[in-house]
Design a protein around this ligand. Structure first.
Ligand code: NAD
Length: 542
């Protein structure tokens, strides 16, 4: 097709309220009920076909762990080989398909997510990952639709960038995809991240093997179906669940492994990086490594901070989705003068948080993802209870008799380097250190140096000079820095997301920075009048 094709300027998908009496609430409730009554069988999807291996596992509900929502099939070497072959075959046509045809698949997928699939992707996220209706809506429906629409728009901007040309010369840049496959490995905590980790490289003309987290499989399977319904050709994304280590061993050995698109914990990313490095001589090209990993996200309050705004940010920032957001506030620094004012309301509001089955819409929190997370978090709580350096001032109860429930917990740490001020816990635990009002500058230094991470952080102050000072002093402490706002809830196209230091390669998901990692440009120089004599004029006799 000839034409200067343009992507419609994207807008963020409006977040629906799910308030009583709304049509979206009625549809979501009906979908939840239907899904809770069925046991879905989740196959692999290879070359557009459903593959059942018979190596089946149960997928359960975190807030009701005896409830099996699905059974899923795990891949072995035979299926991995089939997936690789199918990807190689698909690459031949997909990598040459006009970019606007590829973009159309994602624009349509976004409309499906926002329309007929909205209740399905949200209900599966609520049941399978224990999110409330609001948390599921901002993730599975809205953020993923935003990723797909904004990525298409940014791709057009990238392709439009062309070099200058001297007279008689025509220079061009061709934005080729990578020569090989991208391995997309996604976490449990955001449905949208799964859809984006495979989607972004594929939009740019690559093929991907997508290995979802086994604790997000129900939703991720539906996302794969959305992409297929949107017209994604067979084999462009192969959906492979199974044993993470076995799959990784197999795929990283392949000569045509061309890139890793990972989101998850820092330790796992280190493992990937080392393995890729150790195998570097065996690859056909240098694999792109993109990883967004852990965080130890902070809220820093100045004596001039607005107390009510601060308390709200601490509660929403730390406890929404049970603190299982990479951006969740998990350490806070509050001056003595302000602490005297906010301690009461903070403890009171934390104790009042409703927690339980998210299909009961009055709950603010659900369960943590699995037994492993539950045990890890309860251990930190037990240790804090024993410690001389810390006190639990709210929450601290946990109960896994029905689901993996941990009460929202506030720990007051006398030692600003107490373990829960430094390590990523990934749960509903906020540790607070109260500092003397006159130790503001030392506290800035403390915030900057306490943890190896640098994902998100927030500073609360009314004084402009203080905001400016903190922005400067904490320049490298967070890839997403918030002034008088909670450190969570980044929106695609508005706050490009990602952190540096141990938090990742900071390639900003949902932005042109990320898409640039999935292309390898070719420069074409064409001469309309090439020279026909090798000698230069300066060589002539005077
Ligand atoms: P995880 O590291 O346990 O798992 C992530 C993915 O890696 C999953 O698909 C998992 O199956 C796979 N995996 C785990 N061990 C593996 C191994 N040995 N070999 C190969 N693959 C392996 O992380 P999670 O618990 O799913 O997610 C939570 C983590 O993700 C937190 O650390 C959080 O901060 C981080 N996260 C970061 C961002 C960000 O943008 N920076 C966003 C979301 C989550």
């Amino acid at each position: 097709m000839s034409g200067h094709i343009q992507i419609p300027p994207p807008q963020n998908e409006p977040v629906l309220s799910y308030a009583p009496g709304t049509p979206e609430r009625a549809e979501l409730k009906a979908t939840l009920q239907r899904m809770a009554e069925e046991v879905v069988e989740i196959p692999l999807i290879i070359g557009g076909e459903e593959v059942r291996t018979g190596r089946v596992h149960d997928f359960v509900c975190p807030h009701d762990h005896q409830k099996v929502l699905a059974t899923w099939h795990g891949a072995g070497p035979e299926e991995l080989e089939q997936a690789l072959e199918s990807g190689r075959e698909a690459w031949k046509t997909w990598s040459r398909m006009p970019w606007e045809e590829r973009a159309a698949v994602f624009l349509k997928a976004a409309d499906l997510l926002a329309g007929p699939w909205r209740a399905i992707v949200n209900a599966s996220t609520m049941l399978g990952q224990s999110k409330t209706a609001h948390q599921a809506e901002i993730d599975a429906a809205c953020e993923l639709a935003d990723f797909y629409r904004f990525n298409a728009y940014f791709a057009e901007e990238i392709y439009a960038q062309q070099p200058i040309s001297d007279p008689g010369i025509w220079n061009r840049l061709e934005y080729r995809p990578l020569e090989g496959f991208v391995y997309a490995v996604s976490p449990f905590n955001f449905s949208s991240i799964g859809g984006n980790l495979c989607g972004a490289p594929v939009l740019m003309g690559n093929v991907a093997l997508w290995k979802p987290s086994h604790t997000a499989l129900l939703n991720n399977y539906y996302i794969m179906k959305v992409l297929m319904e949107a017209g994604l050709p067979a084999g462009v994304i192969n959906f492979i669940a199974g044993d993470s280590s076995e799959i990784t061993d197999y795929l990283l050995r392949q000569r045509d492994f061309a890139g890793l698109h990972f989101t998850g914990s820092t330790g796992v990313f280190h493992m990937f990086w080392k393995r890729i490095g150790a195998n570097i001589a065996n690859y056909a090209s240098y694999p792109r490594i993109v990883g967004e990993t852990g965080g130890k996200d902070f809220i820093l309050a100045h004596p001039t901070a607005d107390p009510e705004a601060l308390v709200t940010a601490m509660i929403r920032g730390a406890f929404e989705y049970q603190g299982q957001k990479c951006s969740a506030a998990s350490r806070a620094y509050v001056p003595e003068s302000l602490w005297a004012e906010i301690e009461g309301p903070l403890v009171e509001q934390t104790d009042a948080i409703t927690m339980g089955d998210p299909t009961d819409f009055t709950n603010f929190m659900g369960a943590v993802i699995d037994d492993r997370a539950f045990r890890k978090l309860s251990r930190y709580i037990d240790d804090a209870r024993q410690s001389e350096e810390a006190d639990i001032i709210a929450g601290g109860e946990y109960d896994d008799s029905k689901g993996y429930f941990i009460r929202p917990t506030l720990i007051l740490a006398r030692n600003p380097r107490y373990v829960t001020m430094c390590e990523e816990l990934f749960g509903p635990i906020l540790t607070i250190h109260v500092y003397p009002d006159d130790a503001w500058e030392e506290t800035l230094e403390l915030v900057d140096t306490t943890s190896p991470y640098a994902l998100t952080g927030a500073v609360f102050a009314r004084d402009r000079a203080v905001l400016q000072q903190a922005t400067e002093a904490l320049r490298h402490a967070a890839g997403n820095f918030y002034l008088n706002d909670k450190p969570t809830g980044a929106v695609v196209g508005q706050q490009p997301f990602g952190g540096s230091r141990a938090s990742g390669t900071n390639d900003k998901a949902g932005s042109a920075f990320n898409l640039l990692r999935w292309i390898t440009p070719r420069t074409l120089k064409e001469n309309f009048d090439p020279p026909r004599d090798y000698r230069y004029p300066f060589m002539d006799e005077a």
